[in-house]
Design a protein around this ligand. Sequence first.
Ligand code: LMR
Length: 393
Amino acid sequence: MFESLDILPPDPLLGIAAACKADPNPKKVDLGVGVYKTEAGDTPILKSVQQAITQLTAEEKSKVYIAPQGNADFISGMQNLILGDLANTDRFVSIQAPGGTGSLRIGSEMIAKANPNATVWASDPTWANHVPLMKSAGLNLKNYPYYDTANNALKADEMLSTISKLGKDDIVLLHGCCHNPSGEDLTPELWSAVADLAVERGFTPFVDIAYQGFGKDLETDVAGVREIFAKVPEMMIASSCSKNFGLYRERTGMISFLSENAEKKEACRTNALSIARGIYSMPPSYGAALVGLILKDENLTKIWQEELAEMCSRMNTLRTLLIGKLQERGVEKDFSFIERQNGMFSFLGINKDQIDRLRSEYAIYMAGSSRINIAGISNNNVDYLADAIAAVL
Ligand code: LMR
């Protein structure tokens, strides 16, 4: 049977980390996969998470299955984090899922089940895994214009013009904040315009939010999501704790559904559980238990918020630092857009040949799109990085 299978190339993003790890060059710089790193290049367990681990170890008495819907404290804490008081409606329900990807997959299967004629519209460009993930669920996928790589700006008019022609069989996939890969977010006015168009045209917004707190702050980062939520009859939200809680390997996420009424909410809940049952039965417990403990405890929440604010501020400082270092080297290309953008990623806007040279001559690794993980920069490597970029430019 397996003779019909071909060997596949490495995943475009995960393959970069593996290639960089295998590179013996001591000066290597990993700007690939979206993982937060400290100045020392580590990704330590957050202090708030460590305290929650201690508490959980003392309290957990069994490894019996958790409820299929997930950990109640996790769900209410996360709903409140994303939506505040808006979450208190009987039209809204969430299911804990394995990471942001697992959440997106349940959401995608739900779309395929609810409307086999649906088309999902993703931003051009979007997270590299959105496309194969949604296609695996059998969905039709199209793009709406989003980011102008030549001018490093949003294609706002083109985006609105495209989605203003959509209707009830369409789903518009939006990045809640810190757009991956561009770092270019919708302005408050654009969020508002998208919300109004969703109401007018009847398409369903599907928000993927994996970086809350990495852009400006926990509240500002979700203002757009809240604006949509308050206006539309139906929407979906896939959220992840991989980055903002640093729980990457614990696969901690949540898929949420806003529906027209309480009865349809129950239909969403039961269908999502049935989909999950067909894939993995019930979600992994550990990460969500930790997040549940953190968000329930005022003191732990405060420690976590401080750690998150520190990660966010460090990435914003690194954005400014890199631009300054490039300017010092007399680089002509204007990189000031990097400072304006949000979160972990920006495109460098260099070509394939330059990306290949950075990798082969300098052991500097980034995505094939020229997306860089800002958190991979440090005071130690920024001069080397700026020298190399200046050289290949
Ligand atoms: C990324 O975009 O680098 C991260 O979200 C990691 C991943 O799974 O692709």
